[in-house]
Design a protein around this ligand. Sequence first.
Ligand SMILES: *Cc1c(COP(=O)(O)O)cnc(C)c1O
Length: 326
Amino acid sequence: MSQISIKDVTDAREKISRAVVKTPLFRSSTFSEWSGFEVFLKAENLQKTGSFKMRGASNKIMSLSPEEGRQGIITGSSGNHGQAVACIAARCGYGATVVIPEGCSPAKEASIKAYGADLIYCGTTSSERLACADKFRREHGGIFVHPYDDPMVIAGQGTAGLEIIEDLEDVGAILVPTGGCGLISGIAIAVKEKNPGVKIFGVEPEGSNSTGLSFRNGKRTALDKINSVADGVRTAIPGELTFPLVQKYVDGMIEVTDDEILYAQRMLLERCKLLAEPTGAVALAAILSGALSGLRKGGKAVAILSGGNVAMPQLSEYLLRSGVER
Ligand SMILES: *Cc1c(COP(=O)(O)O)cnc(C)c1O
């Protein structure tokens, strides 16, 4: 297993401190009352570029030598990772190429372009995209930045965990949405090595439960179909590097339904005035649906609001869908 330690996370924090925001940790009295836990929200929706992906991408790209950086940066992601890579590459003065799917939403395309990255259209699935990015790298050179399976990316994501345990005493549990598992691995390393008593739970949509399935099977297991409104965690299989870290550190996996996700997204907006994308509301959905067990009543539960990038026309659709009586 690759050795990533708390030292890598504290080094990452030092390195990226001027490129990322130390995001606020809000206490919600409404969600605390509803759930019986004391609920806190780590607002990565307020991070630069609108998601925590900025942390890992910054740590990776700011660690490159100028010679490496000058070769250009390449990644394959239509979403938050693509935006983060484009943003931090531009800030470092490096060129960036982002492979996005054919038929990518115009809003996502526009935001990656706005950071000055070049776009290549390729395929529809994430494995096709990563294959295109790799082909481009072999033909043109450049440094590939993986969205989760990279030690520098994992350490960067872990800085969110450091901030939580420094801002709040006696944390009982931290709930983290999982896709490729870079975020939860980084947070778990940072938190468990400082305070092994804090429980770490992964949360995923029931229609995209590859991490929970792999966790129960004791080995990486791929899904053959994926169906969820939470587009940031529609990953068919957890990472090669990240999954052993999940096995080592994570206390349990929780599943939520799309209805529960959209309800949590709506309540974040209505009650807390916080805008999350559906994936950003996945961890809170586990608390509000009563799925969190293994924490005493009144204990402190932190939900990671992992991102807030959602196009306004789509937001109104989500709000209408979440309006069903409960
Ligand atoms: C990428 C992403 C995730 C999942 O992160 P992994 O490191 O792939 O597990 C969760 N939420 C949002 C908003 C994301 O963009």
